[in-house]
Write a protein that binds this ligand. Structure first.
Ligand code: PLP
Length: 231
């Protein structure tokens, strides 16, 4: 894939996102595109910025730090999200780099993020990562652990919980992931009835973002379909 393909890919993805939203009776602008840029060069990211993207998802702290330093000087209004797993000992850097952390998955990590956010006077936005499919990523908490974690987060003054994230197993047939997406939304709605406001649902990747949008995703995380296969 050439860097010049990035712009065309983005136009195509926005079109597909809009159609998926309309099929579900949703406003197209109720879904945000997070461009996942792990292992993607700064040159390709600049092409994406020039094509109008502003939200970038990174998976690795060191890699993110280098890119944030390089690109945030040259461009305004970039928003960096952490889409990869976070270890507590990296919480300090994470709160400096990221507007939104998609992968909060333990009470210990919640405490540590809160502590580090408090130190720098920041309210850190987070999503709780839920593991719904045993074949998927090993990260994320199981359904029965969500309630205690949400309760804990609500007590931590420097965290703001925005919603839930999931990353199901990869299936070649995107309709096979639909039950997991639907489940996440159902869980979210359940906590809504208990008084938790969880507007964001981070789900959907290159192979299944349209299904995710039909099922209520507000943040889709797309890498390969924008930038090509990762090296
Ligand atoms: C890599 C990654 C993505 C993007 O996956 P693609 O299939 O390349 O679109 C999305 N979410 C997470 C958590 C990832 O690690």
């Amino acid at each position: 894939m050439k860097i010049s393909d990035v712009k065309e890919n983005i136009v195509d993805i926005y079109k597909r996102m809009s159609y998926a939203a309309m099929r579900a009776g949703r406003e197209p602008d109720s879904v945000k595109l997070v461009a996942v840029t792990k292992k993607v060069s700064s040159e390709s990211i600049k092409e994406a910025i020039n094509s109008g993207l502003r939200i970038f998802g990174e998976n690795y702290i060191q890699e993110a730090k280098a890119k944030v330093n390089e690109l945030s000087n040259s461009y305004e209004n970039l928003s960096w999200h952490l889409t990869g797993h976070l270890q507590s000992n990296k919480a300090k850097i994470a709160v400096q780099l990221f507007d939104l952390i998609h992968t909060l998955d333990s009470i210990d990590l919640a405490r540590e993020l809160n502590k580090q956010a408090e130190r720098i006077g920041k309210i850190q936005r987070v999503l709780v990562q839920v593991n719904l499919s045993k074949e998927g990523t090993k990260h994320g908490i199981h359904e029965e652990e969500i309630s205690p974690l949400l309760k804990k987060i609500s007590e931590l003054k420097n965290l703001h919980l925005g919603g839930l994230m999931t990353m199901p197993a990869f299936f070649t047939d995107p309709d096979k992931v639909r039950p997991y997406m639907r489940r996440l939304r159902y869980i979210r709605d359940g906590f809504g009835k208990k008084g938790y406001s969880l507007p964001e649902l981070s789900m959907g990747m290159s192979g299944d973002f349209e299904v995710a949008i039909e099922e209520g995703a507000t943040l889709v995380r797309i890498g390969t379909a924008i930038f090509g296969e990762r090296m």
